[in-house]
Design a protein around this ligand. Sequence first.
Ligand code: FAD
Ligand code: SF4
Length: 398
Amino acid sequence: MRELRQDNLVAIHQTALLTARKFKPGETVDFVVVGSGAAGGVMARELSQAGFTVVVLEQGPRLGPGDFEHDELKYSYLSGITNDPAVSPQTFRDDPARTAERPRIGNSLVYARIVGGSSTHFTANYWRFHANDFNERSLLGGIPGTGFADWPISYEELEPYYTKVEWEVGVSGLAYASPFDPPRTKPYPMPPLPVKSSGVLFERGARKLGLHPFPAPMAIVSRLYRGRPACAHCGFCIGFGCEVMAKSSTLYTMIPEAEATGLLTSVWIAAHWPAIAAAAHHAEIEFFDAADAADVEVIAAQIVPSGATPGAREAHAVHFIDRALATFFSGWSQNFRAGLAQFQSGYRASNPASASFAKGGPDTQIAYLGTVDRTPFFETVRTLTLLGMFASPQYGGN
Ligand SMILES: Cc1cc2nc3c(=O)[nH]c(=O)nc-3n(C[C@H](O)[C@H](O)[C@H](O)COP(=O)(O)OP(=O)(O)OC[C@H]3O[C@@H](n4cnc5c(N)ncnc54)[C@H](O)[C@@H]3O)c2cc1C
Ligand code: SF4
């Protein structure tokens, strides 16, 4: 049943691809849109439906319902569909006199680097502003040193566009379920998503406190809508692409509708995974020397101790950590080495009679770990140990 359904979805997706216009090299087009996300996707559809020829340039690949996975390591840590800090690093400075620096780990600003942009992996909460959000400056007064200002438009002027987008994108919700809902010219095009057990408990608790809980408006279809089936409640919304096309991303709404005009073509790159491929061919220990590996293994073994069930030692978490730092988490390696060196010199200073942390014995080790368990280095070992316990074997996990 699931396979049939998936096949149908891929067929719908492919049909949209086939209708896309192909332009010859040298042919002039009316508009080029850079990026196919929430903004670019809408622009592409509006322009092509208005009769203009459009090319969309997107730096990421086009993925379909059959491509998305529930792989938390890949999506949350390995830039599976997001901007990769190794390819497009970000820097930050809080003072023009300073040199901008890269964050210690990853990128500060994460967005989806695929067709559909962040509308593909967003949570899909789809709120309207309230009328007083447009004139807060007049209501609350200015904030010295800022350009805090009222919007040049009002809620009443914007309302028809909120309604248009809710109906064209596909938003589920219950109009006026909130007593604070701003006025609207139409209800939502479909009922809200069902409340789950945790939501029921939350609702009861909130009502007891005199609050007004109500189902959130979501850009997720709760029933068949414009050829897309209802949400399957897989729970993998934030940070993931939707495998059933229920999430109303531009990937499943605006871009196919633009392609259907026959006036749009899009250029996207293919996905590639050099770091993962490198991890698959990784020697047992490569990043660490034997002494470092022994120390890290003991730290990991204290984080997930062995007992009735296997711990980090039996799961060979240190091998995962080694592989990660040598390949797909190589961006963390410099800080990790510096943190480990500091950890080891701190240990030697407080335990001069002990040859190394790994040889220190459990009581000494636990006592020392208690003094460093709030350092960024320890947090990194903890994160990597947990990933090593549960990551799939393709990443060197257990
Ligand atoms: C995890 C997460 C959850 C979110 N949840 C919500 C939510 O629940 N509700 C909500 O309203 N908002 C949410 N947001 C925010 C929302 O997704 C963004 O505000 C919105 O997608 C921004 O639209 P955009 O078009 O500016 O950028 P994006 O949608 O990010 O699109 C930008 C596109 O441009 C491409 N691109 C960038 N540079 C280039 C280049 N040089 N050449 C070619 N292509 C390029 C990118 O690959 C990307 O596809 C969430 C965001 C994230 C990251
Ligand atoms: S099926 Fe529903 S919960 Fe799962 S990703 Fe799609 S919209 Fe989100």
